[in-house]
Ligand binder design. Structure first.
Ligand code: UDP
Length: 260
């Protein structure tokens, strides 16, 4: 393998300089961490699956008109993305009460919310990614008011789209986390979706049984983490059932493609 310049190594991904200016290679590791790195394990195959999940979701989100950093998947573990300046804010959407919201407010996990809630946390591991308000985001200069408006509008659109997509495969999208970045193209700066979308940063529950099919299986020592990720991949049509090999074909088949 060519010697590449590492730009950054995070908990689940490594970023390398891409082949052309303005590009980055995202390498998906098998490492799983939780509770600000206090819990760590290596889950064989997670990196390859998350690479494939992220490709799948980013491509579809692009198709509904929300711009993303994604260019193409290069191989099992790597994808080429546009270099962006990451906004240091995690945007979390909640459709059902779970996780830190349940804990913070003394609510029972599983209560459906009458409207989706968007939350922000400041991306800072040393501080434990503290919850902040929209006013912190703009007053502290992490994003301008128009950038924040864009991020919220894109987040709600993605939430509606993904909620329907998951419902179609019998999965409840409980909550998830997004990250956005600034992209300069043709002299114009705009906000695009960045980072990744995978069961590492979503809560996914089976609609019938409420079985957890996401990273909570790791966080809460429930076991069967990779089995759950593979189940989601299978339902999306990303895995061949027989040997669990990652497949290049695209999810649900259009009815019109199915005719004899
Ligand atoms: N999340 C994430 N990265 C974080 C914090 C949260 O991807 O650093 C995701 C998490 O997987 C869940 C949603 O955001 O789908 C809401 O997480 P929550 O605030 O409940 O935090 P947690 O209980 O995971 O600490």
């Amino acid at each position: 393998m060519n010697k590449r310049t590492k730009i950054y190594e995070g908990k689940a991904k490594i970023l390398y300089e891409g082949p052309e200016a303005g590009t980055i290679i995202q390498f998906f590791k098998d490492d799983a961490t939780a509770f600000n790195n206090q819990k760590h394990d290596v889950l064989e195959g997670k990196g390859a699956l998350n690479n494939r999940f992220s490709e799948y979701f980013m491509q579809r989100i692009d198709l509904i008109g929300v711009p993303t950093h994604f260019i193409k998947r290069i191989n099992m573990r790597e994808q080429l993305v546009k270099k962006v300046e990451i906004i240091p804010v995690e945007v979390i959407v909640r459709n059902v009460v779970a996780g830190s919201m349940a804990k913070r407010l003394g609510l029972e996990e599983g209560m459906a919310l009458p409207r989706s809630i968007v939350e922000f946390s400041y991306k800072d591991d040393a501080l434990g990614d503290p919850l902040v308000s929209d006013e912190h985001v703009t007053a502290l200069g992490w994003a301008t008011p128009p950038e924040l408006d864009d991020m919220i509008a894109m987040t709600l659109r993605i939430n509606d789209f993904l909620t329907g997509l998951f419902a179609g495969i019998g999965i409840k999208l409980v909550d998830f986390k997004l990250e956005f970045g600034r992209l300069v193209e043709d002299g114009l700066m705009r906000i695009v979706l960045a980072d990744e979308i995978s069961p590492d940063n979503c809560r996914l529950w089976d609609i019938e049984t409420n079985e957890k099919l996401d990273k909570d299986r790791f966080r809460r020592d429930l076991g069967g983490v990779m089995e759950a990720y593979r189940e989601v991949a299978k339902r999306l049509g990303l895995l061949q059932e027989e040997n669990s090999e990652i497949r290049d074909h695209k999810g649900p088949v259009l009815v019109s493609d199915n005719k004899d």
